[in-house]
Design a protein. Structure first.
Length: 215
């Protein structure tokens, strides 16, 4: 009877593990231990931003470095990500710039924008650069059509059509039908919480816990 009980417990544990999103089916690590708390804080920071009035403005602006930002009442989709991380003390402007300095060829600056050097005014505000950064310094997950694979605090990028990129943060609020987490993003009407996870072609799915964690 004891053997049967142990086998039953193991079977339940296996089924529970299989029910988790694929990127959570892994061995415990220091990063996994701090990850859930950090991701919830990032989600909360993004939700807070949805109450702000921000005019969509994709213009090039010269800003300070580090901790530089465009005027608080303007911004684009990437600024939602940058500002949410900054609320947690993480400066993506600095982190992206430092990685680009050491690994410029890994980024699309030269191929896409014919740039031969970094630019702290704009590099961190471009979705293609953030995609490279998050895949290098964070975790990149498989793109799926399973809503349960996309968890609060994670990042999603899309192609809106014609190669136009977009980025948003998965937050801890559900769609009206309870099937999907909402996305905090700015696609032109300011910061919004919307049920848009599968509205466009997903091009990337990432998790980034900051510069003091390792993959």
């Amino acid at each position: 009877m004891r053997r049967l009980s142990i086998a039953g417990v193991l079977a339940v544990a296996l089924l529970t593990a299989l029910a988790l999103p694929a990127h959570l089916q892994q061995q415990p690590s220091p990063q996994n231990a701090i990850g859930p708390a950090f991701l919830q804080r990032l989600s909360a920071a993004a939700i807070d931003r949805a109450h702000l009035s921000v005019r969509y403005d994709p213009g090039y602006v010269r800003i300070a470095y580090p901790d530089g930002d465009v005027p608080a009442d303007t911004g684009v989709c990437t600024d939602e990500v940058v500002r949410s991380y900054r609320a947690l003390g993480i400066d993506l402007q600095k982190e992206v710039h430092e990685d680009m300095l050491q690994n410029f060829s890994a980024y699309p600056n030269q191929r896409r924008w014919q740039l031969a050097h970094t630019d702290t005014n704009i590099d961190h505000r471009r979705v293609p650069n953030l995609r490279v950064f998050f895949s290098r310094k964070g975790e990149s997950f498989p793109i799926t059509s399973r809503a349960e694979d996309y968890l609060p605090g994670e990042l999603v990028t899309w192609d809106l059509g014609g190669g136009v990129p977009h980025i948003g943060i998965v937050v801890n609020k559900k769609s009206p039908d309870g099937q999907r987490y909402l996305i905090e993003h700015n696609i032109g009407a300011g910061p919004k919480l919307e049920d848009v996870l599968f509205s466009w072609k997903i091009t990337g799915h990432y998790r980034y816990l900051g510069p003091y964690t390792t993959r």
